[in-house]
Design a protein around this ligand. Structure first.
Ligand code: SF4
Length: 444
Protein backbone atom coordinates (compact mmCIF):
# COMPACT_ATOMS: atom_id res chain seq x y z
CA UNK A 1 0.00 0.00 0.00
CA UNK A 2 1.17 3.52 -0.75
CA UNK A 3 2.68 5.36 2.22
CA UNK A 4 1.97 9.06 2.60
CA UNK A 5 4.86 11.50 3.16
CA UNK A 6 3.92 14.62 5.04
CA UNK A 7 5.11 18.11 4.17
CA UNK A 8 6.97 20.54 6.46
CA UNK A 9 4.81 23.46 7.61
CA UNK A 10 5.86 26.82 6.12
CA UNK A 11 7.16 29.55 8.46
CA UNK A 12 6.14 33.18 8.53
CA UNK A 13 8.15 36.06 10.00
CA UNK A 14 6.19 39.08 11.20
CA UNK A 15 7.26 42.67 11.68
CA UNK A 16 4.40 44.65 13.20
CA UNK A 17 4.63 48.45 13.36
CA UNK A 18 2.10 51.06 14.35
CA UNK A 19 -0.91 51.57 16.53
CA UNK A 20 -3.05 49.15 18.59
CA UNK A 21 -5.44 48.79 15.65
CA UNK A 22 -2.63 47.50 13.48
CA UNK A 23 -1.79 45.12 16.29
CA UNK A 24 -5.34 43.74 16.19
CA UNK A 25 -4.85 43.10 12.48
CA UNK A 26 -1.56 41.32 13.16
CA UNK A 27 -3.18 39.17 15.87
CA UNK A 28 -5.97 38.22 13.57
CA UNK A 29 -3.66 37.40 10.69
CA UNK A 30 -1.41 35.29 12.93
CA UNK A 31 -4.41 33.46 14.38
CA UNK A 32 -5.59 32.57 10.92
CA UNK A 33 -2.16 31.55 9.66
CA UNK A 34 -1.49 29.42 12.74
CA UNK A 35 -4.81 27.71 12.30
CA UNK A 36 -3.96 27.11 8.63
CA UNK A 37 -0.87 25.16 9.69
CA UNK A 38 1.78 27.88 9.43
CA UNK A 39 4.42 28.32 12.08
CA UNK A 40 5.84 31.65 13.14
CA UNK A 41 9.54 32.30 12.68
CA UNK A 42 11.30 34.47 15.25
CA UNK A 43 13.95 35.55 12.73
CA UNK A 44 14.32 36.44 9.07
CA UNK A 45 16.58 33.52 8.27
CA UNK A 46 14.08 30.82 9.26
CA UNK A 47 11.09 32.42 7.48
CA UNK A 48 9.71 31.28 4.12
CA UNK A 49 8.00 34.64 3.83
CA UNK A 50 8.09 37.84 5.93
CA UNK A 51 4.96 39.85 6.58
CA UNK A 52 5.46 43.54 7.33
CA UNK A 53 2.43 45.19 8.94
CA UNK A 54 3.06 48.89 8.31
CA UNK A 55 1.93 52.18 9.78
CA UNK A 56 1.33 55.19 7.57
CA UNK A 57 -0.10 57.67 10.03
CA UNK A 58 2.80 60.14 10.16
CA UNK A 59 5.63 60.75 7.75
CA UNK A 60 8.04 59.46 10.35
CA UNK A 61 5.96 56.28 10.71
CA UNK A 62 5.93 55.88 6.93
CA UNK A 63 9.68 56.19 6.80
CA UNK A 64 10.00 53.65 9.59
CA UNK A 65 7.71 51.30 7.67
CA UNK A 66 9.72 51.70 4.48
CA UNK A 67 12.90 50.97 6.39
CA UNK A 68 11.33 47.83 7.86
CA UNK A 69 10.32 46.65 4.38
CA UNK A 70 13.87 47.38 3.12
CA UNK A 71 15.38 45.40 5.96
CA UNK A 72 13.06 42.44 5.38
CA UNK A 73 13.89 42.44 1.64
CA UNK A 74 17.61 42.57 2.38
CA UNK A 75 17.50 39.88 5.04
CA UNK A 76 14.96 37.50 3.54
CA UNK A 77 13.83 38.68 0.10
CA UNK A 78 10.30 37.26 0.19
CA UNK A 79 8.10 40.01 1.61
CA UNK A 80 4.37 40.68 1.81
CA UNK A 81 3.35 44.17 2.96
CA UNK A 82 0.10 44.99 4.70
CA UNK A 83 -1.35 47.67 6.99
CA UNK A 84 -1.94 51.38 6.56
CA UNK A 85 0.92 52.00 4.16
CA UNK A 86 -0.71 49.44 1.91
CA UNK A 87 -2.90 52.36 0.83
CA UNK A 88 0.20 53.75 -0.88
CA UNK A 89 1.09 50.63 -2.81
CA UNK A 90 2.74 52.67 -5.58
CA UNK A 91 5.26 54.28 -3.22
CA UNK A 92 6.16 50.86 -1.88
CA UNK A 93 6.42 49.19 -5.27
CA UNK A 94 8.52 52.02 -6.68
CA UNK A 95 11.07 51.73 -3.91
CA UNK A 96 10.90 47.93 -3.56
CA UNK A 97 9.82 46.38 -6.85
CA UNK A 98 10.50 42.91 -5.41
CA UNK A 99 7.75 42.89 -2.77
CA UNK A 100 5.45 39.94 -3.45
CA UNK A 101 2.15 41.62 -2.53
CA UNK A 102 0.82 44.81 -0.98
CA UNK A 103 -2.52 44.87 0.82
CA UNK A 104 -4.24 47.56 2.86
CA UNK A 105 -5.40 47.79 6.48
CA UNK A 106 -7.96 45.27 7.70
CA UNK A 107 -7.75 43.29 4.47
CA UNK A 108 -7.22 40.09 6.44
CA UNK A 109 -8.40 37.78 3.72
CA UNK A 110 -6.12 39.35 1.10
CA UNK A 111 -3.03 39.20 3.33
CA UNK A 112 -3.68 35.61 4.29
CA UNK A 113 -4.19 34.65 0.68
CA UNK A 114 -0.96 36.52 -0.34
CA UNK A 115 0.92 34.48 2.29
CA UNK A 116 -0.70 31.29 1.00
CA UNK A 117 0.50 32.21 -2.53
CA UNK A 118 4.02 33.07 -1.37
CA UNK A 119 4.47 29.98 0.80
CA UNK A 120 1.71 27.46 0.10
CA UNK A 121 0.28 25.81 3.20
CA UNK A 122 1.29 22.21 3.56
CA UNK A 123 -2.21 20.81 3.62
CA UNK A 124 -2.67 17.29 4.81
CA UNK A 125 -5.62 15.64 6.48
CA UNK A 126 -3.09 14.04 8.82
CA UNK A 127 -1.79 17.35 10.13
CA UNK A 128 -4.52 19.93 9.74
CA UNK A 129 -6.61 21.04 12.66
CA UNK A 130 -8.86 23.12 10.46
CA UNK A 131 -11.09 21.52 7.85
CA UNK A 132 -9.93 22.12 4.29
CA UNK A 133 -12.80 24.46 3.48
CA UNK A 134 -11.82 26.58 6.49
CA UNK A 135 -8.42 27.19 4.92
CA UNK A 136 -9.93 29.33 2.21
CA UNK A 137 -11.68 32.14 3.98
CA UNK A 138 -12.72 32.15 7.58
CA UNK A 139 -15.52 34.68 7.94
CA UNK A 140 -14.85 37.33 10.55
CA UNK A 141 -17.60 36.16 12.84
CA UNK A 142 -15.73 33.04 13.86
CA UNK A 143 -12.04 32.49 14.51
CA UNK A 144 -9.80 29.55 15.22
CA UNK A 145 -7.68 30.11 18.32
CA UNK A 146 -4.59 27.93 18.56
CA UNK A 147 -3.49 27.47 22.16
CA UNK A 148 -0.47 25.19 21.78
CA UNK A 149 1.79 23.48 19.28
CA UNK A 150 3.02 19.90 19.23
CA UNK A 151 2.00 16.90 21.29
CA UNK A 152 3.40 14.73 24.09
CA UNK A 153 1.65 11.56 22.95
CA UNK A 154 2.98 9.01 20.53
CA UNK A 155 -0.06 7.51 18.84
CA UNK A 156 1.27 4.83 16.56
CA UNK A 157 -0.49 6.11 13.40
CA UNK A 158 0.60 9.73 13.87
CA UNK A 159 3.81 11.57 13.04
CA UNK A 160 2.84 15.01 14.33
CA UNK A 161 5.15 14.78 17.37
CA UNK A 162 8.08 13.97 15.11
CA UNK A 163 7.27 16.97 12.88
CA UNK A 164 5.98 19.51 15.37
CA UNK A 165 7.76 18.26 18.48
CA UNK A 166 6.48 17.92 22.03
CA UNK A 167 3.73 20.10 23.46
CA UNK A 168 4.56 23.80 23.65
CA UNK A 169 1.74 25.79 25.26
CA UNK A 170 1.19 29.48 24.68
CA UNK A 171 0.92 31.77 27.68
CA UNK A 172 -2.68 32.10 28.90
CA UNK A 173 -2.50 35.91 28.96
CA UNK A 174 -1.28 35.97 25.34
CA UNK A 175 -4.12 33.69 24.23
CA UNK A 176 -6.68 35.75 26.13
CA UNK A 177 -5.37 39.02 24.73
CA UNK A 178 -5.57 37.59 21.20
CA UNK A 179 -9.09 36.31 21.85
CA UNK A 180 -10.20 39.63 23.27
CA UNK A 181 -8.94 41.48 20.18
CA UNK A 182 -10.72 38.99 17.95
CA UNK A 183 -13.98 39.56 19.81
CA UNK A 184 -13.48 43.33 19.54
CA UNK A 185 -12.96 42.89 15.80
CA UNK A 186 -16.30 41.07 15.37
CA UNK A 187 -15.70 37.43 16.27
CA UNK A 188 -18.80 35.82 17.77
CA UNK A 189 -17.38 32.32 18.09
CA UNK A 190 -13.92 31.21 19.19
CA UNK A 191 -12.89 27.73 18.09
CA UNK A 192 -10.18 26.53 20.46
CA UNK A 193 -7.75 24.20 18.70
CA UNK A 194 -4.50 22.39 19.42
CA UNK A 195 -3.32 18.81 19.05
CA UNK A 196 -4.48 18.04 22.58
CA UNK A 197 -6.50 20.81 24.19
CA UNK A 198 -6.94 18.90 27.45
CA UNK A 199 -3.14 18.79 27.92
CA UNK A 200 -2.84 22.57 27.63
CA UNK A 201 -0.24 23.96 30.06
CA UNK A 202 1.28 20.64 31.14
CA UNK A 203 4.66 21.65 29.66
CA UNK A 204 4.73 24.97 31.54
CA UNK A 205 3.47 23.39 34.77
CA UNK A 206 0.20 25.31 34.47
CA UNK A 207 2.10 28.43 35.46
CA UNK A 208 -0.32 31.29 36.15
CA UNK A 209 -0.10 34.68 34.43
CA UNK A 210 -1.78 37.93 35.32
CA UNK A 211 -4.88 38.70 33.28
CA UNK A 212 -7.19 41.60 34.20
CA UNK A 213 -5.79 41.77 37.72
CA UNK A 214 -6.07 38.05 38.48
CA UNK A 215 -3.90 35.01 38.12
CA UNK A 216 -5.02 32.66 35.38
CA UNK A 217 -3.38 29.23 35.25
CA UNK A 218 -2.25 27.75 31.96
CA UNK A 219 -4.91 25.08 32.31
CA UNK A 220 -7.85 24.15 30.13
CA UNK A 221 -10.42 24.90 32.86
CA UNK A 222 -9.07 28.36 33.75
CA UNK A 223 -8.53 29.30 30.14
CA UNK A 224 -12.01 28.15 29.11
CA UNK A 225 -13.61 30.11 31.94
CA UNK A 226 -11.78 33.33 31.04
CA UNK A 227 -12.48 32.88 27.33
CA UNK A 228 -16.14 32.41 28.19
CA UNK A 229 -16.20 35.79 29.93
CA UNK A 230 -15.30 37.55 26.67
CA UNK A 231 -18.89 37.17 25.46
CA UNK A 232 -18.36 35.03 22.34
CA UNK A 233 -19.29 31.39 21.91
CA UNK A 234 -16.37 29.19 22.97
CA UNK A 235 -16.11 25.79 21.30
CA UNK A 236 -13.53 23.26 22.45
CA UNK A 237 -11.91 20.95 19.93
CA UNK A 238 -9.53 17.99 20.36
CA UNK A 239 -10.26 17.27 23.99
CA UNK A 240 -9.23 13.90 25.40
CA UNK A 241 -11.39 12.48 28.17
CA UNK A 242 -8.86 12.92 30.99
CA UNK A 243 -10.45 13.11 34.45
CA UNK A 244 -9.92 16.88 34.69
CA UNK A 245 -12.21 17.43 31.70
CA UNK A 246 -15.02 16.89 34.24
CA UNK A 247 -14.27 20.41 35.52
CA UNK A 248 -15.15 21.99 32.17
CA UNK A 249 -18.66 20.54 32.19
CA UNK A 250 -19.96 22.96 34.88
CA UNK A 251 -18.70 25.83 32.70
CA UNK A 252 -21.02 24.53 30.00
CA UNK A 253 -23.88 24.43 32.48
CA UNK A 254 -23.11 28.06 33.37
CA UNK A 255 -23.19 29.06 29.70
CA UNK A 256 -19.52 30.15 29.60
CA UNK A 257 -18.48 27.41 27.18
CA UNK A 258 -20.64 25.85 24.45
CA UNK A 259 -22.20 22.50 25.39
CA UNK A 260 -20.02 20.82 22.79
CA UNK A 261 -16.99 18.58 22.95
CA UNK A 262 -14.91 17.35 20.07
CA UNK A 263 -13.20 14.19 21.35
CA UNK A 264 -11.19 12.25 18.79
CA UNK A 265 -11.81 8.76 20.20
CA UNK A 266 -10.52 7.01 17.05
CA UNK A 267 -11.70 3.61 18.29
CA UNK A 268 -13.45 1.89 21.18
CA UNK A 269 -11.98 -1.60 21.30
CA UNK A 270 -9.41 -1.72 24.14
CA UNK A 271 -7.18 -3.94 22.03
CA UNK A 272 -7.11 -1.55 19.06
CA UNK A 273 -6.72 1.51 21.31
CA UNK A 274 -3.73 -0.10 23.00
CA UNK A 275 -2.16 -0.85 19.68
CA UNK A 276 -2.86 2.75 18.59
CA UNK A 277 -1.24 3.95 21.86
CA UNK A 278 -4.07 6.42 22.37
CA UNK A 279 -4.11 8.77 25.37
CA UNK A 280 -6.84 8.64 28.04
CA UNK A 281 -7.65 5.14 26.90
CA UNK A 282 -9.76 3.95 29.79
CA UNK A 283 -12.77 1.77 30.06
CA UNK A 284 -15.07 4.19 31.88
CA UNK A 285 -15.61 6.64 29.03
CA UNK A 286 -19.23 5.66 28.46
CA UNK A 287 -19.99 6.20 32.13
CA UNK A 288 -18.37 9.61 32.03
CA UNK A 289 -20.31 10.60 28.93
CA UNK A 290 -23.47 9.69 30.80
CA UNK A 291 -22.43 11.78 33.80
CA UNK A 292 -21.61 14.76 31.64
CA UNK A 293 -24.99 14.54 29.95
CA UNK A 294 -26.75 14.39 33.31
CA UNK A 295 -25.20 17.81 34.09
CA UNK A 296 -25.57 19.27 30.57
CA UNK A 297 -28.40 17.37 28.84
CA UNK A 298 -27.95 19.26 25.58
CA UNK A 299 -24.25 18.51 25.27
CA UNK A 300 -23.22 17.61 21.72
CA UNK A 301 -20.27 15.26 21.28
CA UNK A 302 -18.42 14.95 18.01
CA UNK A 303 -15.73 12.42 17.33
CA UNK A 304 -13.74 10.74 14.62
CA UNK A 305 -12.85 7.08 14.20
CA UNK A 306 -10.36 5.08 12.20
CA UNK A 307 -11.51 1.80 10.71
CA UNK A 308 -9.26 -0.89 9.31
CA UNK A 309 -6.35 -0.25 11.67
CA UNK A 310 -3.81 -3.11 11.42
CA UNK A 311 -4.99 -6.03 13.54
CA UNK A 312 -8.61 -4.80 13.78
CA UNK A 313 -10.60 -8.03 13.75
CA UNK A 314 -14.33 -8.25 13.01
CA UNK A 315 -14.98 -8.59 16.74
CA UNK A 316 -13.05 -5.36 17.46
CA UNK A 317 -15.06 -3.61 14.82
CA UNK A 318 -18.30 -5.00 16.22
CA UNK A 319 -17.21 -3.72 19.64
CA UNK A 320 -16.90 -0.27 18.08
CA UNK A 321 -20.39 -0.46 16.56
CA UNK A 322 -21.93 -1.53 19.88
CA UNK A 323 -20.04 1.21 21.66
CA UNK A 324 -21.30 3.81 19.17
CA UNK A 325 -24.84 2.58 19.63
CA UNK A 326 -24.51 3.11 23.36
CA UNK A 327 -22.53 6.35 23.26
CA UNK A 328 -25.09 8.07 21.00
CA UNK A 329 -22.58 10.62 19.71
CA UNK A 330 -24.09 13.55 17.89
CA UNK A 331 -21.55 13.76 15.09
CA UNK A 332 -19.21 11.08 13.83
CA UNK A 333 -16.52 11.22 11.17
CA UNK A 334 -14.78 8.05 10.02
CA UNK A 335 -11.55 7.43 8.13
CA UNK A 336 -10.10 4.34 6.60
CA UNK A 337 -6.61 3.65 7.99
CA UNK A 338 -3.78 4.69 5.69
CA UNK A 339 -0.10 4.36 6.55
CA UNK A 340 1.79 7.64 6.82
CA UNK A 341 5.51 7.70 6.14
CA UNK A 342 7.40 7.50 9.44
CA UNK A 343 4.48 6.23 11.55
CA UNK A 344 5.12 3.32 13.90
CA UNK A 345 1.81 1.69 12.93
CA UNK A 346 3.19 0.89 9.47
CA UNK A 347 5.21 -1.93 10.99
CA UNK A 348 2.21 -3.56 12.70
CA UNK A 349 1.18 -7.01 11.47
CA UNK A 350 -2.20 -8.03 10.07
CA UNK A 351 -3.12 -5.20 7.70
CA UNK A 352 -6.84 -5.06 6.91
CA UNK A 353 -7.67 -5.57 3.22
CA UNK A 354 -9.01 -2.51 1.38
CA UNK A 355 -12.42 -4.01 0.65
CA UNK A 356 -12.90 -4.86 4.34
CA UNK A 357 -11.93 -1.31 5.32
CA UNK A 358 -14.43 0.07 2.82
CA UNK A 359 -17.19 -2.21 4.10
CA UNK A 360 -16.50 -1.26 7.74
CA UNK A 361 -16.38 2.39 6.82
CA UNK A 362 -19.82 2.14 5.26
CA UNK A 363 -21.23 0.33 8.28
CA UNK A 364 -19.95 3.01 10.67
CA UNK A 365 -21.29 5.80 8.51
CA UNK A 366 -24.68 4.12 8.19
CA UNK A 367 -25.01 3.67 11.94
CA UNK A 368 -23.88 7.19 12.77
CA UNK A 369 -26.22 8.68 10.15
CA UNK A 370 -29.13 6.87 11.80
CA UNK A 371 -28.15 8.07 15.27
CA UNK A 372 -27.64 11.61 14.00
CA UNK A 373 -31.05 11.59 12.26
CA UNK A 374 -32.77 10.42 15.46
CA UNK A 375 -31.03 13.04 17.58
CA UNK A 376 -31.88 15.82 15.14
CA UNK A 377 -35.52 14.69 14.85
CA UNK A 378 -35.81 15.12 18.62
CA UNK A 379 -35.04 18.83 18.14
CA UNK A 380 -38.03 19.50 15.88
CA UNK A 381 -40.42 21.88 17.61
CA UNK A 382 -37.74 23.34 19.88
CA UNK A 383 -36.33 26.87 19.76
CA UNK A 384 -32.53 27.07 19.47
CA UNK A 385 -29.93 29.83 19.30
CA UNK A 386 -28.39 29.94 15.83
CA UNK A 387 -25.31 31.84 14.66
CA UNK A 388 -25.88 33.02 11.11
CA UNK A 389 -23.14 32.21 8.58
CA UNK A 390 -24.68 33.14 5.21
CA UNK A 391 -27.70 35.08 4.05
CA UNK A 392 -29.19 34.97 0.58
CA UNK A 393 -31.03 38.29 0.21
CA UNK A 394 -32.70 37.16 -3.02
CA UNK A 395 -34.37 34.03 -1.72
CA UNK A 396 -34.68 35.25 1.87
CA UNK A 397 -32.96 32.07 3.01
CA UNK A 398 -30.03 31.83 5.40
CA UNK A 399 -27.80 29.18 6.89
CA UNK A 400 -26.36 29.12 10.35
CA UNK A 401 -25.30 26.79 13.10
CA UNK A 402 -26.69 25.88 16.47
CA UNK A 403 -24.46 25.43 19.51
CA UNK A 404 -24.16 21.77 18.52
CA UNK A 405 -22.57 22.52 15.15
CA UNK A 406 -18.95 23.47 14.50
CA UNK A 407 -18.32 25.17 11.15
CA UNK A 408 -17.40 23.03 8.15
CA UNK A 409 -17.43 19.69 9.96
CA UNK A 410 -20.90 19.45 11.50
CA UNK A 411 -24.40 20.13 10.23
CA UNK A 412 -26.19 23.40 9.53
CA UNK A 413 -29.50 25.04 10.28
CA UNK A 414 -31.30 26.20 7.12
CA UNK A 415 -33.65 29.13 7.63
CA UNK A 416 -36.55 30.53 5.66
CA UNK A 417 -37.84 34.12 5.93
CA UNK A 418 -34.44 35.21 7.14
CA UNK A 419 -33.36 37.77 4.46
CA UNK A 420 -33.22 40.52 7.09
CA UNK A 421 -30.43 38.79 9.00
CA UNK A 422 -26.67 39.26 8.60
CA UNK A 423 -23.72 36.90 9.05
CA UNK A 424 -22.65 37.00 12.68
CA UNK A 425 -26.17 37.54 14.06
CA UNK A 426 -27.26 35.16 16.80
CA UNK A 427 -31.01 34.56 16.60
CA UNK A 428 -33.66 32.29 18.09
CA UNK A 429 -34.89 29.74 15.59
CA UNK A 430 -37.91 27.46 15.76
CA UNK A 431 -36.95 24.08 14.30
CA UNK A 432 -39.53 22.77 11.82
CA UNK A 433 -37.83 19.79 10.18
CA UNK A 434 -34.69 17.69 10.23
CA UNK A 435 -32.79 15.19 8.13
CA UNK A 436 -29.65 13.09 8.70
CA UNK A 437 -27.32 16.03 9.19
CA UNK A 438 -29.19 19.34 9.15
CA UNK A 439 -32.07 21.20 10.73
CA UNK A 440 -34.62 23.44 8.98
CA UNK A 441 -36.45 26.28 10.67
CA UNK A 442 -37.62 29.87 10.86
CA UNK A 443 -36.60 32.85 13.04
CA UNK A 444 -38.77 32.67 16.15
S1 SF4 B 1 -2.67 12.82 20.45
FE1 SF4 B 1 -1.88 11.21 19.13
S2 SF4 B 1 -2.91 11.61 17.15
FE2 SF4 B 1 -3.06 13.47 18.35
S3 SF4 B 1 -1.26 14.68 17.71
FE3 SF4 B 1 -0.71 13.55 19.57
S4 SF4 B 1 0.28 11.72 18.78
FE4 SF4 B 1 -0.88 12.56 17.09
Amino acid sequence: METKTLPRPPRVGLVSLGCPKALVDSERIITKLRADGYQMSPDYAGADVVLVNTCGFLDSAKEESLEAIGEAIAENGRVVVTGCMGNEAEVIRQRFPDVLAVTGPQQYEEVVSAVHDAAPAATSPYLDLVPEAGLKLTPRHYSYLKISEGCNHRCSFCIIPSIRGDLVSRRPDAILREAEKLVEAGTRELLVISQDTSAYGVDIRHQPRMWKGEDVRAHMTDLSRELGKLGAWVRLHYVYPYPHVDHVIPLMAEGLVLPYLDIPFQHASPKVLRSMKRPANEAKVLERLKNWRSIVPDMAVRSSFVVGFPGEAEEDFQYLLNWLEEAQLDRVGAFKFEPVSGAAANALPDPVPEEVKQERYERVMELSARISAEKLAAKVGRTLDVLIDNVDAETGGATGRSKADAPEIDGEVHLRDAGHLAPGDIVSVRVEESDEHDLFGVPA
